[in-house]
Design a protein around this ligand. Structure first.
Ligand SMILES: Cc1ncc(COP(=O)(O)O)c(C=O)c1O
Length: 396
């Protein structure tokens, strides 16, 4: 066997969630019923009209050929209409939109297309891992900016990182509503960050994965709503969450032409696009499934309420998030010294409840665990009973 280093793979730390997955498997193989709030993997079926559209399209052999890497023109048109309908944002379907095999793929490849080892990138932390590790894989210099509760302070920290770093950053990567912290931003925040990007000539990449999973009257803005944002910014969206389509692998990136074209180009070398029937079904989703999105959102709201009310009742203080399919819960004081990985292990072993340790999203997350709202209300109640019982145990 050749004795060589795999430089890129070795740059990535061991996957912290793998340890939890292993404990989950062990518990299940021992016959335990583990209630799984671990991964942000929607548990419900894709709306049937979307599935039917896929079946219709796949029945036509002409769809079995290589597809288009940038996305079918009709899909790009549907994306443009979606932006116009939701955000009054105009997009040029030929230059300002590219579809991706899920937004995770797009985010990783945008970093690869645009960054090199001379570049610094500011990324909020904690965050969804590919925001940070896309930068690392591309060989650029990751500079994590702690995501504080007050977003004005976060903007101050971003600006002082720009002013005080040895090198001016090339890019800022942000995500609101945020995974895992669930923090939500208003349009004002986006105006301010676009202003910063323009002032210092820095690209901004915004991940809007949770655009539609919003509660209590909150509306998640698109960064592209800000006048002139397209001069420096792109935004990613995914069909995975809004339409229960995580396995389908379809998302898109829109906005600044130069960034969109860089991603389009690198993708044209790497893939032939999402399978055509999936793209056809995605057109159906974007054009005709607004009611399904509302229904999916209200399911998450009901689960959010059940989980947050239940945790608060048993003495675990958590806040109800305004958006996302997560609850970001500070570890109760009694267990805080353990850190998020050890606490998560105890939850599996003693409560049959799996969560994601906050440290998996960046070291700033270590005082928290993340619950994904992928279990129904009945199972959430069962989890609360398990956690209550665990809290009453003496843990050495
Ligand atoms: C913030 C965020 N961005 C992107 C993704 C990935 O979505 P996709 O399925 O489109 O790759 C996720 C998935 O959990 C996410 O939470």
């Amino acid at each position: 066997m050749p004795d060589q280093h795999f430089t890129n793979a070795e740059k990535l730390p061991p996957y912290i969630f793998a340890q939890i997955n292993k404990l989950k498997q062990i518990a299940r193989s021992n016959g335990e019923d583990v209630i799984d709030f671990g991964m942000g993997n929607p548990d419900q079926a894709t709306p049937s009209v979307i599935v039917e559209k896929l079946i219709e399209a796949v029945s036509n052999p002409s769809t079995h050929r290589y597809s288009q890497s940038a996305g079918l023109p009709k899909l790009r048109e549907a994306i443009s209409n979606w932006y116009s309908r939701k955000y009054s944002v105009d997009l040029d379907v030929n230059n300002e939109i590219v579809t991706c095999m899920g937004s995770k793929e797009g985010i990783a490849h945008l970093s690869l297309a645009t960054l090199s080892d001379n570049d610094d990138v500011l990324v909020q932390s904690p965050t969804y891992p590919i925001h940070s590790y896309g930068v690392v894989i591309a060989g650029a210099n990751l500079r994590s900016i702690p995501l504080c509760e007050n977003l004005d302070s976060f903007l101050v920290d971003i600006e002082s990182a720009i002013q005080n770093g040895i090198k001016k950053p090339k890019m800022i990567i942000i995500n609101f509503p945020s995974n895992p912290t669930t923090q939500s931003a208003g349009l004002d925040f986006f105006k301010k960050i676009v202003e910063i990007g323009k002032k210092y000539d820095i690209w901004i990449v915004h991940d809007l994965a949770y655009a539609d999973i919003v509660f209590d009257g909150y509306k998640a803005p698109s960064i592209l709503e800000v006048d002139g944002a397209k001069d420096i910014a792109v935004e990613f969206f995914t069909l995975s969450k809004s339409y229960n389509m995580p396995g389908w692998r379809v998302g898109f990136c829109c906005g600044n032409k130069k960034l969109v074209q860089a991603l389009t180009k690198i993708k044209s070398y790497m893939d032939y696009g999402t399978f055509t029937p999936i793209q056809v079904a995605a057109i159906k989703a974007l054009n005709d499934c607004d009611q399904d999105v509302i229904d999916i959102c209200s399911m998450y709201k009901s689960r959010r309420d059940e989980l947050c009310n239940g945790l608060n009742r048993i003495g675990w203080d958590v806040q109800k998030p305004l958006a996302t399919m997560f609850v970001w819960a500070k570890i109760p004081d009694k267990y805080l010294h353990l850190g998020s990985l050890e606490f998560s292990k105890l939850l599996i072993e003693n409560a049959n409840v799996a969560v994601s340790p906050g440290a998996g999203f960046g070291i700033n997350g270590d005082e928290y665990v993340r619950f994904s709202l992928i279990e129904n209300e009945h199972r959430i109640k069962q989890a609360i009973r398990g956690i209550k019982n665990f809290f009453s145990m003496e843990i050495k």
